[in-house]
Write a protein that binds this ligand. Structure first.
Ligand code: SAM
Length: 144
């Protein structure tokens, strides 16, 4: 006899081969856990039903950006851009005022050129090496 509780508890669609293939390409480039990457993938796929660009704030090594761009490429979407905002050099000084505990300099083991190299096979990506939220106050960014 199979207990229904066992089935529910062990249901992990991120273990499926198709997702593992994608995840193998991003796992060394993201801090986001496998199950959450799967959920982000499903949400972004649904977003293809809406118009507009994709934006990621806090990109770090680019794993989630890869996930988004991969969805666009795999679904033959060619008219969307992916806008990526980060310092690409770690947490800025303003982080010291944030109660989250992420202090200045954390996540500095990255560079804009390294993220660009990683994402170069994916089109439509625009990089903003910047401080959030300052960049979001700029006129041209509001219209994305
Ligand atoms: C926790 S990581 C983001 C996780 C990432 N999405 C991933 O897939 O692993 C934090 C990133 O946000 C950036 N960051 C934090 N505060 C920032 C700010 N105010 N402006 C720009 N970038 C910031 C850091 O430089 C770092 O790259």
């Amino acid at each position: 006899m199979i207990c229904i509780c066992d089935i529910i508890l062990t249901y992990s669609p991120w273990s499926e081969d198709w997702f593992q293939e994608i995840y193998s390409k991003i796992k060394d480039h993201t801090l986001v856990t496998e199950d959450r990457c799967y959920i982000i993938h499903r949400f972004c796929k649904q977003c293809l039903h809406f118009e507009g660009a994709f934006t990621e704030c806090f990109v770090y090594r680019g794993g989630i950006a890869f996930l988004i761009a991969h969805i666009l490429v795999n679904n033959y979407v060619q008219d969307r851009q992916v806008h990526l905002f980060d310092t690409f050099s770690g947490m800025p000084a303003i982080a010291n005022e944030d109660p989250s505990g992420f202090k200045e300099g954390l996540f500095r083991d990255v560079s804009l050129s390294a993220v660009k190299d990683y994402l170069q096979i994916l089109p439509f990506i625009i990089f903003y090496q910047c401080l959030i939220p300052e960049i979001l106050k700029k006129e041209n960014v509001k219209d994305l």
